[in-house]
Design a protein around this ligand. Structure first.
Ligand SMILES: Cc1cc2nc3c(=O)[nH]c(=O)nc-3n(C[C@H](O)[C@H](O)[C@H](O)COP(=O)(O)OP(=O)(O)OC[C@H]3O[C@@H](n4cnc5c(N)ncnc54)[C@H](O)[C@@H]3O)c2cc1C
Length: 151
């Protein structure tokens, strides 16, 4: 009976936490700063090929999250890098606008370090390339790889 009560209280607390975060979200969305125009220009010029999600985009609320519900952050944007070149160009914009960068692979880290409010998230989950050197001495594994595609 007691454990049932504790479980119920925990479920209610979790529901309040999640609802509270969503409530806060609408009040805390960061305005896209100058870095947005820098990234957009590079995307238009074909220098960044990956998608970019900004506060205000319909998917931002989902894409900004990591898997841990305990941590909630509002990055200025999320670049879905498809190559090293995408990362280099995104970092150049971040440097120009003195914006911190947070790499994110799976977003499964328990401490939620892959997201930071006010930072630019560079998500590498689409970089799943796995290659083997001809002499079999070296395997290069994209940071977005999971066991499913790497093994
Ligand atoms: C249900 C569950 C079970 C888990 N079980 C285990 C377990 O058994 N053993 C264990 O060790 N861990 C476990 N973890 C923790 C988690 O899986 C590990 O911390 C894992 O390494 C996270 O990988 P990620 O790619 O999701 O990292 P992310 O959360 O994306 O990032 C973690 C940190 O690494 C940085 N980072 C990410 N990608 C890069 C990159 N390409 N270059 C530089 N920095 C980068 C991020 O900025 C962040 O600081 C578990 C987590 C969950 C949710």
């Amino acid at each position: 009976m007691a454990s049932c009560l504790i479980l119920t209280v925990n479920v209610v607390l979790l529901a309040v936490l999640v609802a509270g975060q969503d409530g806060v979200e609408s009040e805390n969305v960061f305005q896209t700063s100058g870095i947005g125009s820098c990234l957009d220009e590079k995307q238009r010029d074909g220098l960044i090929k990956g998608d970019i999600v900004y506060p205000g985009n319909s998917t931002y609320g989902v894409k900004r999250r990591t898997t841990s519900l305990l941590f909630s952050a509002w990055p200025v944007g999320i670049v879905y890098a498809t190559s090293e070149e995408d990362i280099v160009e995104a970092v150049k914009c971040a440097n120009e606008y003195r914006t911190r960068v947070t790499p994110r692979s799976g977003g499964h880290g328990n401490a939620g370090q892959a997201a930071m409010s006010g930072a630019l998230t560079i998500d590498v989950s689409r970089m799943k390339n796995v290659s083997l050197a001809e002499d079999l001495s070296l395997v290069t594994v994209g940071s977005g790889s999971t066991a499913g595609n790497a093994v």
